[in-house]
Design a protein around this ligand. Structure first.
Ligand code: ATP
Length: 678
């Protein structure tokens, strides 16, 4: 079934069915064909999907009260209600999933995301109206069988389109995904293993609202991203009620981050494609919800009300509103950019044709009509070479601090400064540890000088370094995670970055082996040593008397959105340094400690897998105490008073520390860095 038109319109009540709404300021068909223009006010595109009557509704003898009129118009007729609405496209009960994908403008949205725009598609409507079906289709046919390809939803089709576009344009794209849900006003990561944990939602001038400590997973194939979708969706909160046996009890947001990684592409484009599956509005009386279900329903309805309120205000001409209450709910905060900012948004309104759902259907149609008047000013996200460098520098700096801190806590040696080291010519150990520019080499040469002239591929080295830090730090934080005997970095979706500190699972184990589909290339690090054989990292001291987790209700009751000042680190009291020549908490046998992931990273250069959000950088400093100078002879500052980045392959056998060979972080510098972060 093809889309029925390219129009949109306010409801025209008591109009003759068959005529289109008129007199509305909305994009002309030509304007829609042309698509959004950067910097120019662009309306949200709203399409309508009417699902078929369910077996239950048919058995009950429900009447169809929604009729498609063609040309993007839909007519609702019931005893006391008679109204026509217009949208960019209307898909009736016979429309296939493919027709919805092709007719909704989804393909164009994917292309815009590749071009660096922040694109969002969100499905909304009453509970049981087909939102999840439209976005994902049925995820499985049965326990063992995947869903039929014809039923795949907008998400899977977009993933395929994205990968196809990436290949056909010959563009080298780095792709990663994050997936979260808002459940009872708590933001939770759906890709993090372990029990759900609330993540803090923060705001910054440059980024707007963002979720801190969110896990982001790199992927390169359709199987990998579909597998992530499946994993996340299985974690999402669902329950059964009278109107839907698998009702989503949370709003879910899956975001694909698209970054062009061609070294010559500067400024680099960084687009996003976000799929929002809103929980359905519901009348508790009709769904029969009670207890926990009714608490969830209240929370869902409240956040949808806040969204509706924002949309109503935004639908007024610019200048007629001064303040949009995005802060009223987590949902509106996260959608702020898509609704009123610089993003490009497609809304899919889902309704049931049943006479029993009439009032909810009318409410959705009014809501959707209003949304059609909301405008944004799309702006592509282009990151200049300088900005990219600065971001990398900040991240690497934060990781170095964490690395130092972790090494101190584990009484591991740091890299000695050798007189033979020449700037820009890192020693062999560093080459093998950190790729072309090992950390020690990096330290000696200012970051910007390590970038070759434009057009030559320096980025992979920097990203490789960043990735190496992430991996080593993760291992030190999760020392019971044992290495992959092969020493390889998993080459499937690599779980990167931003994690809540209360997530006790190792980063690399979070690749969820059993759920990776057959044929997928992910390899996992299997534990092959016992926790006793590897030193356990002492629990990190709480920041300001709080748990190191900034928002988890399990470890820190209180508002999740703690202000930055509440979670700033307090310098810890470090364990005393081990006596000279001793191994501290070690000794360890060489085979216990070999962590090939460190020293063989260069065999699998995956330059972009180390990218982490700014939130992570800051959180690192929040979660891990800054190192402080230790008493003892080795306490002398580094020759240049700078951070000496971390060491040869971790953990290795601890070296005897010779006086003066282990430069330490200057406390003033750490404070400067902190001030910068704040
Ligand atoms: N276009 C469609 N064709 C066939 N079946 C559909 C269609 N849309 C929805 N359904 C079926 O209707 C039921 C409810 O759909 P779905 O779970 O997607 O609703 P929802 O709006 O996401 O509900 P909730 O808000 O409660 O999560 C499912 O059984 C689904 O398979």
């Amino acid at each position: 079934m093809e889309p029925e038109g390219e129009r949109g319109g306010e409801p025209q009540t008591d109009r003759r069915p068959g005529t289109l709404p008129r007199g509305q300021e909305r994009p002309s068909p030509g304007e829609e064909r042309e698509g959004p223009v950067e910097g120019r006010e662009t309306r949200l595109r709203v399409v309508l999907r009417v699902r078929p009557l369910t077996c239950k509704e048919t058995r009950r003898g429900d009447r169809r009260v929604v009729h498609s009129l063609g040309d993007g118009a839909v007519h609702v007729s019931a005893a006391r209600h008679d109204a026509t609405f217009g949208f960019s496209a209307v898909f009736d009960a016979s429309a296939s999933q493919e027709a919805v994908f092709e007719g909704s403008g989804m393909r164009q949205l994917v292309e815009l995301a590749i071009d660096g725009f922040s694109c969002t598609v969100f499905a909304f409507g009453q509970t049981g109206s087909g939102k999840t079906y439209t976005l994902m289709g049925p995820l499985t046919q049965s326990e063992t069988q995947p869903a039929s390809p014809a039923l795949l939803g907008l998400m899977q089709r977009s993933f395929a389109c994205l990968l196809e576009q990436s290949r056909s344009r010959g563009s080298d794209l780095a792709l990663s995904a994050s997936y979260l849900e808002i459940y009872n006003e708590q933001v939770r990561d759906l890709l993090s293993p372990g029990p759900p944990c609330a993540l803090p939602l923060r705001w910054s001038k440059t980024r707007g609202f963002y979720v801190e400590n969110q896990l982001s997973v790199d992927f390169e194939s359709l199987e990998a991203i579909v597998s992530l979708l499946l994993q996340g969706s299985q974690r999402r909160r669902t329950s059964a009620h009278a109107l839907n046996r698998h009702s989503s009890r949370s709003h879910a947001l899956l975001t694909i981050h698209i970054r062009s990684r061609a070294p010559s592409t500067c400024p680099s484009k960084q687009g996003t494609l976000c799929f929002v599956d809103l929980a359905g509005s519901e009348r508790v009386k009709e769904t029969g919800s009670s207890g926990e279900l009714s608490v969830e329903a209240n929370s869902i309805n409240r956040s949808l009300l806040a969204l509706g309120h924002c949309i109503s205000l935004l639908a007024k001409p610019r200048g007629k509103w001064t303040h949009i209450p995005y802060r009223d709910s987590k949902l509106t905060r996260l959608l702020a950019r898509s609704l009123g900012g610089s993003g490009i948004t497609l809304m899919v309104a889902c309704i049931s044709p049943s006479s029993r759902c009439l009032s909810e259907t009318l409410s959705t149609l009014h809501y959707a009509s209003r949304a059609g008047r909301v405008t944004t000013r799309p702006l592509a996200n282009r990151v200049s070479r300088e900005k990219l460098l600065q971001n990398l520098e900040e991240e690497i700096h934060a990781l170095k601090l964490e690395n130092l801190s972790l090494r101190q806590q584990l009484c591991l040696p740091r890299v000695p400064v050798r007189s033979t080291e020449v700037p820009g010519n890192p020693p062999k150990s560093c080459l093998s540890w950190g790729g072309r520019y090992g950390p020690a080499g990096l330290h000696h040469l200012p970051l910007e000088r390590q970038l070759p002239s434009e057009g030559t591929p320096a980025w992979p080295s920097l990203y490789g370094l960043l990735r190496d830090f992430v991996v080593e730090n993760e291992h030190m934080r999760q020392p019971w995670l044992s290495p992959d005997p092969s020493g390889d970095i998993p080459d499937g979706p690599s779980h990167r970055a931003t994690r809540s500190s209360c997530d006790s699972q190792p980063l690399l184990r979070s690749a969820h082996a059993p759920q990776i589909p057959p044929g997928h290339s992910t390899r996992l690090r299997q534990p092959n040593t016992t926790s006793a054989s590897i030193p356990r990292l002492p629990k990190l001291p709480p920041a300001s008397g709080r748990s190191s987790c900034p928002g988890c209700p399990q470890c820190c009751p209180g508002p999740a959105d703690a202000t930055v000042s509440q979670v700033l680190p307090v310098p810890p009291v470090l364990q005393p340094a081990p006596p000279e020549g001793s191994a501290g908490v070690l000794p360890l046998r060489q085979e216990d400690t070999a962590l090939p992931g460190s020293h063989q990273l260069h065999r699998h250069p995956q330059p972009h897998q180390g990218k982490r959000s700014q939130g992570r950088s800051r959180s690192l400093s929040q979660q891990h105490p800054l190192p402080r100078e230790l008493p003892g002879p080795e306490r002398g500052p580094s020759p240049e008073g700078r951070v000496i980045p971390s060491a040869p392959p971790w953990p290795g056998l601890p070296e005897t520390r010779a006086a003066g060979t282990v430069p330490l972080l200057q406390w003033e510098e750490a404070l400067d860095w902190l001030a910068e972060q704040i």
